[in-house]
Design a protein around this ligand. Structure first.
Ligand code: TMP
Length: 207
């Protein structure tokens, strides 16, 4: 019998949107339904990708270098982790994917989005997430969460409020253009409400 392809779920949102705590929840939700899940993240997810992440988060670089390294890490991630998992029937839950490049490198940094359309076609023209959960909230609220971090903030977290607001707007524009795939979750409400919205969205693709 041919193996059914797994599904690909991504989580997105501005820094401090609180998506991370829900990723583990979705993995348990799927595991409880007998679905094998691979939980991963971008930039990162492979030994090379994690090295690129370290550079991307901490090393000053040209904006276009940043965008290209995001796609380089993604190319490796697709080849080493995402594609093999989906092919063997596992589901993949990924903390950020290409929507983040549009939001941060186009919305935040101001690079032309058409450049990303070409890179997107090159790197994963054949593959898009089956479902994307976009955690949306005003940056003023997210900032309070970032301020609780005890570690040193990375290059993105250190950006000014207007950068994060542009990232947020770019995410919302992308969600409006792909409303079938991207579910916007109001992340400025109690955890239990968010959990329910997330599980309902995931359940809708479990059939
Ligand atoms: P994280 O803090 O959610 O793990 O993400 C790391 C940072 O990388 C986050 O601030 C967003 C940024 N990022 C981009 O700028 N472009 C991308 O394509 C990805 C995947 C992440």
């Amino acid at each position: 019998m041919m193996q059914m392809r797994g599904k690909f779920i991504t989580f997105e949102g501005i820094d401090g949107a609180g998506k991370s705590s829900h990723i583990a929840g979705v993995c348990s939700f799927l595991a409880a339904r007998g679905i094998a899940v691979v939980s991963t993240r971008e930039p990162g997810g492979t030994p090379l990708g994690e090295k690129l992440r370290e550079l991307l988060l901490n090393e000053p670089m040209h904006l276009e270098t940043e965008a290209l390294l995001m796609f380089a890490a993604r190319r490796e991630h697709l080849d080493q982790v995402i594609e093999p998992a989906l092919a063997r029937g596992d589901w993949v839950v990924c903390d950020r994917f290409t929507d983040a490049t549009y939001a941060y490198q186009h919305g935040g940094r101001g690079l032309d989005r058409n450049k990303f359309a070409d890179l997107e076609r090159w790197v994963h023209g054949h593959l898009q997430p089956d479902l994307t959960l976009l955690f949306d909230l005003p940056f003023a609220v997210a900032r309070e969460r970032i301020a609780l971090q005890t570690r040193e903030l990375d290059r993105f977290e250190q950006e000014r409020a207007d950068f994060h607001e542009r990232v947020r707007q770019a995410y919302l524009e992308r969600a409006a253009a792909a409303s079938q795939r991207i579910h916007v979750i109001d992340a400025n409400q109690p955890l239990q409400n968010i959990k329910k919205l997330v599980e309902d969205a995931v359940a809708s693709i479990c059939k």
